[in-house]
Write a protein that binds this ligand. Structure first.
Ligand SMILES: N[C@@H](CCC(=O)N[C@@H](CS)C(=O)NCC(=O)O)C(=O)O
Length: 217
């Protein structure tokens, strides 16, 4: 049995959840916030979500987790291309999405969602970095119809878990978000939302975000 520990408003948790859903694997989702508690750190040493339990052992970091899933269930739908170049291209795309789009956006939304002040300087810096990350993505996305080509891949799991969340989470401080200018993104997200796995992930995320926003008003 696979247990996925995470939370539906975490893009890294949602990346792994969508990966498992697309593969059609049985898993139990355990909703848990990140923590620096000793017991938590024994399972996820940086205190981050997601982490995954299998046969009483724990794996952490979404990248290695999805690679383990891909390697351990060879009979399931492949989410990394068989061609080594294309597989590396998918991994490179995930790096761009996470390091150059999600991380800059976090400079705004991590304090922002916790109701801590976000300075004009931080917003401007994040905006510049988001413009650069979005321009990089614009050069490499294929949207035909999936982000890396005609088949769904791990890059779609990362993109779908991250891009709408970034736009949504920075909107109070930065609107329009530079990511919204990514050509083809709107149609891509509509296409993804019409599929059962992505729709399930997005519904869980937006339901919790709405409840959180209501409770903070
Ligand atoms: N590189 C990690 C990033 C995971 C991550 O940053 N998770 C966030 C939630 S979306 C978290 O646990 N943050 C708590 C912290 O950084 O202490 C991965 O790919 O799993």
């Amino acid at each position: 049995m696979i247990r996925l520990y995470g939370y539906p408003i975490s893009n890294y948790s949602n990346k792994v959840k969508l990966f498992l859903l697309e593969k059609g694997l049985d898993f139990e989702e355990i909703r848990i916030p990140y923590s620096q508690d000793e017991e938590f750190l024994k399972k996820s040493p940086m205190g981050k979500i997601p982490f995954l339990e299998t046969d009483g052992r724990y794996l952490f970091e979404s990248g290695p987790i999805i690679q383990w899933i891909e390697d351990s269930f060879p009979e399931s739908k492949k989410l990394f291309p068989q061609d080594p170049f294309e597989a590396a291209f998918v991994r490179s795309m995930i790096v761009i999405i996470e390091n150059y789009v999600d991380l800059p956006a976090r400079k705004i939304y991590t304090p922002g969602l916790q109701r801590k002040p976000v300075s004009e300087e931080t917003i401007l810096e994040a905006k510049r970095e988001l413009e650069r990350g979005t321009a990089a993505l614009a050069r490499i996305v294929r949207f035909s119809p999936f982000i890396a080509g005609s088949e769904m891949t791990a890059a779609d799991c990362a993109a779908f878990a991250t891009l709408p969340l970034v736009i949504d989470n920075v909107s109070e401080w930065l609107s329009p978000c530079p990511v919204e200018n990514l050509p083809g993104l709107k149609q891509y997200l509509e296409m993804m939302n019409s599929l059962p796995g992505p729709a399930k992930v997005e519904k869980a995320r937006t339901t919790i975000m709405k409840a959180l926003r209501r409770s903070k008003k």
